[in-house]
Design a protein around this ligand. Structure first.
Ligand code: NAD
Ligand code: WQD
Length: 354
């Protein structure tokens, strides 16, 4: 069923890849973003990521520079368009920054989501897909992590903002049976679209592994610091469930289909991962092979708040959403490299943030 979908934070990494898949599937897409983490060239109508999504798909995105905390601006978007479903990506997401600026994180991620849910209620829109995170599981007590694993033992304000928002969504669904909400718990999204035109574009020094490795490969950083080689894992480095961004984006389409076809009442959560764990050293090795360049690295001490290993059970998403990741580590590395090589400074051709 073709629908009109509002994406918040649609100009970001996960948002832009999902918008692309939504357009390719024939949906009408409305996008809002406050551009706090999206590059927008002066005198252009769209942020660069969405401009490129239009080029790749040959389809149009309707775009508004709106902050989700601005109730009036948000309401006017809902008045202008008959929206069937909201996919809510907009959030601040840097773990370290969230420890320094907890109020900003709670304000943006929790208050912002509450304003959005209020405006949706006022406009009788009750289908909602939420960007949650494996971080809600904290340090796992069993692996692979199923959706029944306890949540809430998060060690930083960012993680807590994801957990609290899930709790708000559960309460909302209990209070009013018109709501249908799917919370997608992403594991570690990496990779880029095959075109090499859109990808992850961190500001300044990357916090996450994959963009760091690719910036070393392209010569922007001199070496990778590996945070700990004394974990109880096969090679001592941290193990994660990396998932290709295109698979992740397609997971949103499966969730959306379930909602708009009426296959869900109330609240449900699904893990989006591959079910496989790779260590930091596995990632370095596979990336070197993909780009043909050695990645220099050194071992340093563990990063605060890091866990040894984390990977998903993917059964529930497979069974109930009919979704399963298709791409492996090779494509994740090759596609990240194509994006990085073609766009050494990300979306801004002249940006220098070394
Ligand atoms: P991103 O920063 O690339 O995208 C988020 C977008 O939201 C940005 O374009 C930003 O400008 C916008 N935004 C932020 N606050 C806003 C506000 N108040 N109003 C309007 N727009 C706002 O991040 P991403 O990696 O694409 O993440 C998308 C979502 O997925 C986030 O909710 C994040 O918490 C979640 N998530 C990300 C990861 C990851 O590793 N990337 C993992 C798990 C969950
Ligand atoms: C992966 C592995 C590091 C950088 C984070 C958030 C999580 C979620 C996804 C949003 C770990 C190691 C990393 C580096 C390294 N985001 N590493 N050197 O920590 O699993 O998850 O992003 O929801 O909330 O916490 O991902 O990519 O930062 O780290 O050795 O320079 O790489 O120690 O083992 P993480 P990551």
């Amino acid at each position: 069923m073709l629908s009109t979908i509002l994406t918040t934070g649609g100009a970001g990494f996960i948002g832009s890849h999902t918008v692309l898949e939504l357009l390719n599937a024939g949906h009408n897409v409305i996008c809002i973003d406050n551009e706090c983490n999206a590059y927008h060239e002066k005198n252009e109508l769209l942020p660069e990521s969405l401009k490129r999504v239009e080029e790749i798909t040959g389809k149009n995105v309707t775009y508004y520079n709106v902050d989700i905390r601005d109730k009036n601006a948000l309401s006017s978007v809902f008045k202008k368009h008959k929206i069937d479903c909201v996919i809510h990506f907009a959030a601040l997401k840097a773990v370290g920054e969230s420890c320094r600026l907890p109020l900003q994180y709670y304000q943006n991620n929790i208050t912002g989501t509450s304003v959005l849910l209020e405006v949706m209620t006022e406009n009788q829109v009750f289908n909602f897909v939420y960007s949650s995170s494996a971080t809600v599981y904290g340090d796992p007590i069993f692996l692979p992590i199923t959706e029944e694993h306890p949540t809430g033992a998060c060690t930083n304000p960012y993680g807590k903002s994801k957990y609290f928002t899930e709790e708000i969504l559960k309460d909302l669904c209990v209070s009013d049976n018109r709501w249908n909400v799917i919370s997608l718990r992403y594991f570690n999204p990496v990779g880029a679209h095959k075109s090499g035109k859109i990808g992850e574009d961190p500001n300044g020094e990357p916090n996450n592994l994959m963009p760091y490795i690719s910036q070393v490969a392209v010569g922007k950083r001199t070496l990778l610091r590996i945070f700990g080689n004394d974990y109880a894992t096969e090679d001592g480095t941290g193990v994660r469930d990396y998932i290709h961004i295109v698979d992740l984006a397609q997971g949103h389409l499966s969730a959306l289909n379930k909602l708009i076809e009426g296959g869900l009442r109330g609240f449900a959560v699904y893990n989006l991962g591959t079910g496989k764990g790779y260590s930091v050293l596995d990632m370095v090795k596979n990336f070197s092979t993909a780009c043909g360049i050695d990645i220099p690295y050194e071992f340093t001490s563990r990063r605060d708040g890091d866990i040894a290993a984390c990977y998903a059970s993917t059964e529930k998403a497979e069974k109930e959403l009919g979704w399963k990741a298709k791409y492996g580590i090779k494509e994740m590395c090759e596609d990240t490299w194509r994006w990085q090589k073609n766009n050494p400074n990300g979306f801004a051709a002249l940006k220098s943030d070394l």
